[in-house]
Write a protein that binds this ligand. Structure first.
Ligand code: 16G
Length: 549
């Protein structure tokens, strides 16, 4: 009864916006910040219930990532640090759209009963809150606190301004019983980075140690955090631009999404950067792409996207695994057949998939959206996933890590300093460096830099691993529910006949590949096409977009 009254009084302060239907999409709820207060309040309630249900620490992040500064959003991090379990998404939708306080109370009561959640406040649970640098984050965070506060036994801990991956990392670490402040995060990243650099083969340092890395911080939280992290790094010079302090607008003409989609230099980059190693983060630092400003007068860049980061990681991991397994029978007592898997989406450039397969790697596909890629990658001993847009990470299974730790100890006793021992130490360092909860641009940058040093490669050498097939993305502004896809979004099942028509268009172009899918974040149908020339890719995309309109 106390709980019911608490709800009724607090929820009456948060009426839902009129005439909008919100849905918990691939990246939580997202909308113009001005209409989000009631949604964030309700997600606060949801996060509190999730914490009670799982008896674990839960995260609540307020961000709209690469979207414009006037937007905002909210998403929940599960105990593992991953995205909210998909079977709670429908409840998130109903909760966000409930019109009257009384109805909200009934919905919650029903759900609490169905999920068997105890609301007696006997044992308190924690919800970690964070937000990006958007000005609207402050009042939305208050709404989240109110939502959490309306559930007896739930305690909100405000972690301040963080990148999305930092919050996910903290949730994961705390549930693993590890101390997890922002300082711990920086310490873990910088010390595992140092470990990898110290293990680089001698002689490879010289090639790129002198030139600095220039990072576009998207005028957001990532730039700000990188400024702190870089002071803790040895042997890597980083210059951060668009850190948000220079007065630029978040994601406006800057950031990973802009750079990857437009393929032009971000604001404050130009001819002074020709040939340098440049990288770009997005608004909440969960995406990373690299780029080079070529020596021409145009503002075009050479993009080194998520697929290429994935390829770099895959080569390195594969190399370390093969050193580790050299001369040992993987079926023997001290052996382990490590199952390495690569996960991509249909947006992965066809040339990257060909390249990875040529290396003998196992490549699988999932629909777009981190939750799908992550889940698939978690099924391997080492699963590497990336979206072309720069979101991705490397996951290590508990079982493999356990074996690896034991093997490392064994090797340090019998073969200290051997190549095998070093390979084991490198893999362990990677598992510490790269975020196990979610794609993380800050840990991604450090791993890219460590591997380039290890290989002695310049960004140009890395970019030459394979050549991207020209591609084109378009969107058709039509009701997205008309299109239903299958096979990791590569086949359109409805409207009837459309796939046959797409196939017919695709067949007209050398190396043609094309698919359509409903966006998860906008009410549009997206079209992706690639072919052997830019003209052909453009033509294919335009002709397929006409089929949809
Ligand atoms: C979201 C997804 C991202 C995906 C993008 C596609 C998460 C955390 N983010 O931003 O992975 O690439 O949506 O957008 O899952 P679209 O469905 O509008 O094309």
């Amino acid at each position: 009864e106390d709980q019911r009254l608490l709800f009724l009084s607090s929820s009456s302060h948060f009426p839902p916006p009129q005439g909008v239907k919100l849905s918990y999409g691939t990246s939580g709820f997202r909308a113009d910040a001005s209409i989000l207060q009631s949604t964030v309040y309700r997600v606060g309630i949801l996060a509190a219930l999730r914490a009670l249900k799982t008896q674990s620490v839960i995260g609540l992040m307020i961000t709209a990532s690469h979207n414009e500064v006037s937007d905002n959003g909210v998403k929940v991090a599960d105990p593992s640090g991953g995205m909210l379990s998909q079977d709670w998404e429908p409840f998130a939708d109903t909760l966000a759209n409930a019109r009257h306080p009384q109805h909200l109370v009934e919905l919650i009561a029903e759900f609490v009963q169905k999920e068997n959640i105890t609301l007696d406040g006997a044992k308190s649970v924690e919800i970690l809150l964070a937000r990006d640098t958007r000005p609207s984050g402050e009042f939305l965070l208050e709404a989240a606190k109110q939502g959490i506060g309306s559930i007896i036994g739930a305690v909100a801990l405000d972690m301040g301004i963080l990148t999305t991956p930092q919050l996910h990392w903290m949730v994961r670490a705390r549930n693993g019983g590890v101390k997890a402040s922002e300082t711990d995060y920086f310490k873990q990243l910088s010390s595992s980075f140092r470990c990898l650099v110290d293990l680089s083969p001698s002689g490879t340092h010289a090639n790129n140690v002198d030139d600095k890395l220039v990072v576009d911080g998207a005028n957001g939280v990532g730039g700000e955090k990188l400024e702190i992290l870089k002071t803790m790094l040895n042997g890597l010079a980083i210059e951060v631009r668009n850190s948000g302090k220079e007065g630029g607008v978040l994601n406006e003409g800057v950031g990973a999404d802009y750079v990857q989609k437009e393929k032009v230099v971000p604001f404050s980059f130009g001819s002074q950067d020709i040939g340098l190693r440049c990288a770009s983060l997005d608004g909440d630092a969960d995406r990373l792409v690299y780029f080079v400003v070529p020596s021409t007068s145009s503002n075009k860049i050479e993009l080194v996207d998520g697929d290429k980061i994935l390829s770099l990681f895959a080569i390195f991991i594969k190399e370390q695994l093969s050193i580790l397994n050299k001369e040992i029978d993987v079926k023997a007592k001290n052996g382990y057949q490590c199952h390495l898997g690569i996960v991509q989406t249909a947006y992965a450039n066809g040339a990257s998939t060909d390249y990875l397969k040529q290396l003998g790697l196992e490549v699988t596909f999932t629909p777009t959206g981190v939750k799908y890629l992550h889940e698939k990658a978690a099924g391997y001993d080492i699963g590497i996933y990336f979206e072309a847009n720069g979101h991705g990470t490397i996951l290590f299974s508990e079982q493999f890590l356990c074996w690896l730790k034991a093997r490392t100890t064994e090797l340090s006793a019998i073969a200290k300093g051997s190549e095998q021992h070093k390979a084991a130490l490198r893999l362990l360092a990677v598992s510490e460096l790269i975020n196990q909860a979610v794609g993380d641009a800050l840990s991604g940058v450090l791993l890219v830099e460590a591997i380039l040093k290890h290989m002695g490669w310049s960004i140009q050498r890395w970019n030459e691993l394979y050549q991207d097939l020209p591609s084109r993305q378009l969107k058709a502004i039509v009701d997205r529910s008309a299109v239903v896809t299958a096979n990791a979004e590569t086949v359109a099942v409805t409207p009837p006949g459309i796939q046959e028509a797409i196939n017919a268009e695709t067949a007209k172009h050398l190396r043609g590949r094309c698919f359509i899918r409903p966006s998860g974040t906008e009410d549009v149908i997206r079209v992706y096409a690639e072919a052997s020339s830019q003209d052909a890719a453009d033509n294919l995309a335009h002709s397929v977009a006409k089929l949809v309109d």
